[in-house]
Design a protein around this ligand. Structure first.
Ligand code: NAP
Ligand code: MG
Length: 496
């Protein structure tokens, strides 16, 4: 049964929050008792003092992970057994999904409707999907000279560290830990200092489900934890979702240490292209509004640039304004709220800074203001700029907030050129009544995901997710994600 605003507020009052690190099967304080303040962006309230892990804690977590891996406590048990534990964990997550949704809402300012009906169900789906997959993927037998038998098998890579972001705190963690654990690795999660709480609760449930000590660690921290992990010589793989700047540092650190495998998912500036023969302009406009205002625009695949054929511009903008009216910043704990808070004051100022630049470089059509549905919180109203061309910074740089740039074009060639003139290549969309045109354009778009006549609509673990160009490398989700967390072994046997 769905809860009311009052019921969620009451539950928030009674919540007991775990803020310690989870290392080698138990919760523990950071060395020296260091903590950082975990603040709710809903109202600026202190939620918890959270362990600020130190270098020694990183070393302890890595050595616990290495030890469990070498002992084969997880890496060497049968896929069926691993599957059973992961499915038990998924069930415990389901049993505790209200609490997990509430933690992500309090910690990151996401609406409770999104966390309870989107994020947490998708976490469970992700974990179950990889759990179910793991005893169904097999290796290869190679056609060789008959006096040989040759096999190609996959083995876990070892110690996998994942540095995960705050926009979907538990979901983005699960996109890393589910395939990494399914493949038999030992894992260390470094959550964002902006949203460390839900993964700590999940760690407790994983322990209850039977994950052996050392197989799963959570190291909250603010400052140097990620850096120690990416420089650590005993970490075999580092998976990251976040900004390009940090992604670069991680690659440098891998080069400067042990050439650990590095997988990066780095965001984008995704173009949503409305061609002259768009089959349903009203639908395209409401989809465009959803594509940028969902999760207050804090989405790596947000459709932050809408490219509209010049002849449709007036009609499209009318529909867009109407669709935008259904997004209004409100208290995230209210189930009627359609847009929550930005994650913290840093992100708020970043977004407001871009809005100021936008006022100078483009025409403000909607929004552009900070609002305060709950005192002390960090809210910005949905904002739309009309740009003369694709030159303004707001039309080129990732803002990671509810700010949309609308750009006109005259020909499909021009639309493709504008769409591809970006350092990013995460996602793109095309709206056309002609499936041939849509397909041709889809092929020309340099992006890891292309939507045709929709935007970001289905959540399905079978689709790989990731970017071209500086949006990253490797893919989350699907069986392709398992490849990131395994090594391939060729075995050649002489039979006689
Ligand atoms: P960020 O700087 O990219 O990442 C911060 C995380 O990286 C923290 O957990 C930090 O941990 C860790 N880190 C820092 N240096 C590291 C290193 N050398 N090696 C490994 N890990 C390291 O993200 P942010 O400051 O939260 O957000 C900034 C911008 O990133 C946003 O405005 C947005 O544009 C983008 N972003 C993109 C996504 C996405 O989905 N692609 C998600 C979130 C943010 P320690 O400080 O403890 O080391
Ligand atoms: Mg927070």
């Amino acid at each position: 049964m769905t809860k009311t605003f009052q019921q969620w507020q009451d539950m928030a009052q009674q919540l007991s929050i775990e803020g310690r690190a989870f290392i080698n099967g138990e919760f523990c304080d950071a060395t020296g008792g260091h903590t950082f303040d975990c603040i709710s962006p809903i109202d600026g309230r202190l939620l918890a003092k959270v362990a600020s892990s130190q270098r020694d804690d990183v070393d302890r977590a890595v050595s616990a992970a290495r030890h469990s891996f070498n002992q084969g406590k997880w890496s060497n048990v049968s896929p069926r057994e691993r599957k059973a534990v992961l499915l038990r964990w998924a069930q415990l997550l389901r049993d505790n999904s209200d609490e997990l949704a509430l933690l992500d809402t309090l910690d990151a300012g996401k609406t409770i409707t999104d966390t309870s009906t989107g994020d947490i169900p998708c976490v469970i789906y992700c974990l179950e999907w990889f759990a179910e997959a793991i005893d169904k993927v097999s290796g290869e037998v190679i056609s060789t000279d008959p006096s040989f038998l040759g096999t190609v098998t996959r083995e876990p890579i070892g110690v996998v560290a994942a540095v995960v972001p705050w926009n979907y705190p538990l979901l983005m963690a699960s996109w890393k830990f589910a395939p990494a654990l399914a493949a038999g690795n030992s894992v260390i999660i470094k959550p964002s200092e902006k949203s460390p709480l839900s993964i700590l609760k999940a760690a407790q449930l994983g322990h209850e489900a039977g994950l052996p000590a050392g197989v799963f660690q959570v190291l909250p921290g603010a400052g140097d934890v990620g850096n120690h992990l990416s420089l650590h010589k005993d970490v075999d793989c580092l998976a990251f979702t976040g900004s390009g700047g940090t992604g670069r540092k991680i690659m440098h650190n891998a080069a400067d240490s042990n050439l650990k495998r590095v997988w990066l998912e780095l965001g984008g500036k995704s173009p949503n292209i409305i061609l002259k023969d768009c089959p349903d302009l009203k639908r395209a406009a409401s989809s465009a509004a959803f594509g940028i205002f969902a999760n207050a625009g804090q989405v790596c695949s947000a459709g932050s640039r809408v490219l509209v054929h010049r002849d449709l511009m007036t009609a499209f903008l009318d529909h867009l304004k109407e669709a935008t009216a259904s997004f209004k910043a409100g208290n995230p704990l209210d189930p009627d709220t359609t847009m929550g808070a930005l994650v913290d004051e840093i992100q708020l100022n970043r977004v407001l800074g871009y809005i100021d630049r936008g006022r100078a470089e483009a025409k403000l059509l909607v929004g552009g203001t900070r609002s305060s549905p709950a005192a002390g919180g960090f809210y910005v109203e949905p904002t739309i700029f009309s740009c003369a061309d694709s030159q303004p910074a707001i039309a080129r740089e990732e803002i990671f907030g509810p700010v949309l740039s609308v750009i006109p074009f005259d020909t499909t060639e021009e639309a493709i050129a504008i769409a591809n003139a970006s350092e990013y290549g995460l996602a793109a969309a095309v709206w056309s009544a002609d499936i041939g045109t849509a397909h041709e354009m889809g092929r020309q778009l340099r992006a890891g995901t292309v939507w045709i006549n929709c935007y970001d609509e289905i959540v399905d673990m079978n689709f790989p997710f990731g970017g071209y160009k500086q949006s990253g490398n490797g893919r989350d989700n699907s069986l392709h994600a398992l490849e990131k967390y395994t090594e391939i072994k060729s075995t050649i046997m002489r039979l006689r």
